[in-house]
Design a protein around this ligand. Sequence first.
Ligand SMILES: Cc1cc2nc3c(=O)[nH]c(=O)nc-3n(C[C@H](O)[C@H](O)[C@H](O)COP(=O)(O)OP(=O)(O)OC[C@H]3O[C@@H](n4cnc5c(N)ncnc54)[C@H](O)[C@@H]3O)c2cc1C
Length: 466
Amino acid sequence: MTSDPAIGQAFLDRVRERLPGLRLLVDPLEREAHRRDETAYLVPGLPLAVALPSTTAEVAELVRLAAEHRVPVVARGAGTGLSGGAAGIEGGLTIAFTRMNRILEIDRENLVAVVQPGIVNAILKAAVAEYGLFYPPDPASYEQCTIGGNLGTNAGGLCCVKYGQTRDSVLGLEVVLADGTVLRTGGRNIKDVAGYALTQLFVGSQGTLGLITEATLRLRPAPPPRSTLLAFFGTLEAAGAAVSGMTAAGLGPVTLELMDRVTIAAVDDWHHLGLDREAAAMLMVESDLPGAGATDELDGAQAACQTAGATLVVRAADAAEADWLRQGRRMAYHALERLGVARMEDVGVPRSRIPEVLRAIEAIGERYGVTIGTFGHAGDGNLHPTFVFERDDPTAEATTEAARGDLYRAAIALGGTVTAEHGVGVVRRDYLIEQVGPDAVRVMRAIKAALDPLGILNPGRVLPPA
Ligand SMILES: Cc1cc2nc3c(=O)[nH]c(=O)nc-3n(C[C@H](O)[C@H](O)[C@H](O)COP(=O)(O)OP(=O)(O)OC[C@H]3O[C@@H](n4cnc5c(N)ncnc54)[C@H](O)[C@@H]3O)c2cc1C
């Protein structure tokens, strides 16, 4: 792989020659603006250039030329990623999909949307809602992040607990491979077992196996407005027990989110929602069942919360209040950022083990003397413990490094994962083998070598160095 300036210049000359209409950013300030994603503690490389293609043919030609000159290629959506997946590589080409942001088709007969990768999640949601349809995946960053980034990370969100992750809403892809070949996978079939599941393989591969230039997404009829319940608990463990209780009772709420005391206070200071700040934890439970089904589901949730020892259970008065509460939860990370330097993590555990992982998180906070605000998608067993430091704390980096190692090991020991939705990227790469084992990493390397033999696609991400 090159970071040789002469080869970089020859590459750019060829790009300009072959693609004269391409928007190519080479100004240092513009390249600087594409250096980082939201993984604040990472100091990535400065891209050689940033390309903003508007067609698949341009992407294919860019990748072909990059392969010829051995220039690394980084796919980029909105750069909201939390694992360093879209961060720059020194001397590499960043391909930002900002201009490939169109909805190509909304097919009501088949309940699918065909989109380009640069479309923002919230814009797609709003567009399909006009047809009475629903695209479920909803990362908390949905007003900024793109479908390409969601596909790259297999993003989750607040309603995965009922509708699954991004991968569960994808039927087909158009992908530019590492040699510039344009591959189509899947299509509009709900059921399709012809050969290996290539569509699913590319989803979550963080731009290391191919660049997604089009996606055929699965839609659903829009559910009714949500009914919302908040339950407050005196201990984190009681909240964890309520989650396990709801799962065991077979409830399927559309949202089952948790916030701890630190997060409750941070959100309430900012949004003044009148949350119970004395509580150690809060659960937000939402139902999108029609008619009396929602009341029944929330009654079941309330019973599970009370059995687990909830100190207070309240219901949103109407859909507007429910929207406010959900928005408050979505802003949890930014609320914690108002307290200082915030470092969000992303562990997952089997749902029955939530009380144990919450206990482990508390112990890590005590061990390192660091404030941790924990929130997340408790219904999926996915929590975002977020380390919060004073802005000028010189020990922040070292403490984060050590504490997150303990956190990952705790999750793995509970049969969990070091990342449930943000991706391995660069920052969790060294822990992959601890979780999945050497055989799985060997198979992953073989897939990477088969699809990207020159190693030009997002090198150094996902897989640890051999
Ligand atoms: C406040 C906040 C809240 C968040 N909440 C959630 C949440 O609830 N759930 C969740 O899952 N994540 C969440 N995230 C993380 C982030 O928003 C998601 O990972 C999102 O999917 C990234 O989308 P993006 O467009 O910003 O992609 P980027 O960050 O630009 O890229 C993400 C990855 O996808 C790859 N990629 C981008 N485009 C393509 C493409 N066209 N082809 C192939 N690979 C591509 C990149 O190389 C990179 O590896 C949150 C982030 C923030 C800052």
